[in-house]
Design a protein around this ligand. Structure first.
Ligand SMILES: [Mg+2]
Length: 226
């Protein structure tokens, strides 16, 4: 298991456009980060509350110095993930009607990967991973997982420590010590109004590097004129 069904289709779609090797890579957790209420689709008809601050952040990032938008979750409910992605894409296209994106995420992993190629998914037997959700080693997402996702999505993976923006409500994933921009969702996402998260690092990165690109282009143009 390396992702959700139809993920290949999404990847194929992204492969048509060359990926910027220096841009931001946004990596999102799902529960309590992109949506508030994890729910049981069998017994509940309540729709998930979607983090529209996150959608706005994606929109700004995509217009700047950008490489990829990805999801790394330990939620193993594929139907829930598919449903949330459907709702998020619909909401995004309502908020930004000029864009009409078909896929919001270029790579989606439903569980983190171990070096041996096994998954930290409770459905996949793997005795190196703590089985209890209360164990701090469970769901310990690493930069290595993001690197694997880049390989799958054919996303250039140089300088990941500077380019990865990792969004998660949990403060203690391994990747926190491996990258510059660990953006903790605070408090764990519940409502848009109650969201106190500082999303600005990715917005600053996008804008700063956009300006740098523009300057370089201008410089090249001026040099050509000499
Ligand atoms: Mg979470």
């Amino acid at each position: 298991m390396s992702g959700i069904p139809n993920n290949n289709q999404a990847n194929q779609n992204f492969k048509n456009t060359p990926v910027n090797p220096n841009g931001a890579i946004l990596v999102w957790d799902l529960d309590k980060t992109l949506v508030a209420n994890y729910f049981d689709m069998v017994t509940s008809i309540e729709e998930p509350i979607i983090n529209t601050n996150a959608l706005r952040t994606m929109n700004t990032a995509m217009k700047g110095n950008f490489s990829a938008n990805m999801m790394l979750t330990n939620n193993g409910n594929l139907r829930f993930i598919q449903f949330v992605i459907f709702l998020m894409t619909k909401k995004y296209n309502e908020m930004f009607p000029d864009e009409q994106v078909a896929f919001l995420f270029s790579v989606i992993y439903t569980a983190a990967m171990n070096p041996g190629g096994t998954y930290k998914d409770p459905r996949v037997p793997d005795n190196t991973v703590p089985q209890s959700k209360n164990d701090p080693g469970y769901a310990a997402k690493r930069l290595e997982d993001v690197r694997n996702m880049c390989v799958e999505g054919e996303i250039p993976a140089d300088n990941l420590a500077e380019r990865v923006f990792f969004f998660d409500d949990l403060p203690n994933h391994i990747i926190r010590g491996e990258i510059n921009h660990y953006i903790q969702i605070q408090p764990p996402f519940n409502t848009v109004d109650g969201d106190l998260t500082d999303y600005s690092p990715v917005l600053v990165f996008s804008e700063r590097n956009k300006q740098r690109q523009r300057k370089t282009r201008r410089k090249n143009r001026n040099e050509r004129r000499k």
